[in-house]
Design a protein around this ligand. Structure first.
Ligand code: HEM
Ligand code: HEM
Length: 198
């Protein structure tokens, strides 16, 4: 029998997979953030004032603001409901590294949309949500505040690229080189492919 085949509701305190809500938050936000990052990266190669850059940034900001709204309930839920138990085959060092990368990703999911909002809000730039409405501008128009938001957002972008590459590389390394998959903790049906019941 697969070591993960226990029902995830059998004993909530010793689950070996993320629960439905944690998985829904992870994958919906992963898609939203990856789309936002690709559009932000693409926009950074366009000349200011071009209509392509404007459109890319409008969609980028719209996805970024959805991420900002979702991160609040996601973190609240994560604090209330613990994640799965540590992976059995991992060493103290890999566990600490995984925890560090995950914490850093959570930090970036807070810093990036807030700094982006500060940059656009305080700079008087558009805050349109897919052209449907505009988000309220709750920060004063202030060039220094806007510049601060821009600097944090631009440096944060490098951290996002690095952390996402590290995160996905770690998942692949677990898949290929270790006996236990980390993907099946976030996609439980993945285990059926890797370790069929016997
Ligand atoms: C999870 C949320 C977000 C992520 C991961 C993210 C990431 C990025 C990335 C990777 C870039 C390209 C960086 C570069 O210029 O080299 C970028 C650019 C940008 N983002 Fe975001 N962003 C997010 C949310 C937002 C929000 C909510 C806003 C505004 C409401 C925003 C406004 C901007 C603007 C204006 C740029 C162009 C920056 C420039 O030209 O200096 N972003 N973002
Ligand atoms: C193709 C893209 C992605 C894949 C394959 C992936 C896969 C995974 C897997 C397998 C885990 C479980 C790790 C474990 O405990 O064993 C995980 C956790 C996590 N992922 Fe991703 N992920 C992806 C994209 C993202 C993105 C875009 C973000 C956000 C910036 C993200 C943030 C996180 C966080 C914060 C955790 C820790 C969850 C917790 O313990 O609360 N992931 N991911």
């Amino acid at each position: 029998m697969s070591e993960l085949s226990q029902p995830e509701t059998a004993d909530e305190s010793s689950r070996e997979v993320y629960d439905h809500v944690q998985r829904a938050f992870h994958w919906s936000m992963a898609v939203i953030i990856i789309v936002a990052v690709v559009l932000g990266f693409w926009a950074s190669f366009q000349l200011p004032g071009t209509s392509l850059r404007r459109t890319l940034l409008e969609v980028h900001k719209s996805f970024g603001m959805i991420a900002l709204l979702l991160i609040v309930p996601r973190i609240a839920y994560r604090l209330l409901v613990p994640g799965p138990t540590e992976m059995a085959h991992s060493t103290v060092v890999t566990r600490a590294a995984a925890r560090g990368v995950h914490l850093f990703l959570y930090l970036l999911m807070i810093i990036m949309p807030i700094s982006g909002y500060l940059f656009s809000g305080a700079g008087g730039y558009p805050l349109s949500f897919f052209g449907l409405f505009s988000w309220p501008r709750i920060v004063p128009l202030d060039e220094i505040l806007s510049k601060l938001g821009q600097t944090i957002h631009d440096w944060g972008a490098w951290a996002v690229y690095g952390m996402l590459l590290t995160h996905v590389a770690a998942v692949v390394v677990h898949e290929v080189f270790t006996p236990q998959s980390s993907l099946e903790r976030m996609v439980p049906c993945w285990k059926l492919r890797r370790s069929p019941p016997h």
